[in-house]
Every structure is written in C-alpha cells, then in structure tokens.
Design a protein around this ligand. Structure first.
Ligand SMILES: [Zn+2]
Length: 73
C-alpha cells in the first residue's frame, strides 16, 4: 500500500513539474533572451522565492532568472 502512495506522489510531482515548465518561460537578465526549460532542468535547478538559478541557453551565463507566465490560448 505504501508503495502505491509513493508512486502516486512521484507521478503527481512529475506532472506538476511538467505543467510548470509548459506555462513558464525565463528571461535571461544578462542578454534578455527568452527561453523555456525542460522538466529535468526545472527539477534540478535551485528555486528561489520568485526566481530560479538557471544557465541561459543563448549566452551560457548562470544567473537567478525570473520566470514569466505564458498564457496558453
Ligand atoms: Zn543570456
């Protein structure tokens, strides 16, 4: 029974992270490049209160990057 709960929460966490990456984008404070990240990057990157420590996909510099919400329509 306990394994079902663990597996269930792992799936829920995975879905939450995947949903988060789909609705979020990040703008590099150094070069203003807007990019999105993979669920794996989302999972392994440190998360602050309103920003995330990420490596920019364009200039390759690491910085605390603010996330923006993408409107899905
Ligand atoms: Zn950049």
């Amino acid at each position: 029974m306990i394994y079902i709960i663990i597996a269930g929460s792992a799936i829920l966490l995975f879905l939450l992270v995947r949903w988060h990456t789909k609705v979020s984008a990040y703008i590099c404070p150094k070069c203003k490049h807007q990019y999105s990240i993979t669920p794996f990057q989302d999972f392994k990157s440190p998360q602050g209160p309103s920003s995330k420590y990420l490596q920019c996909s364009k200039c390759g510099r690491k910085s605390w990057t603010k996330s923006i919400r993408l409107d899905k329509k």
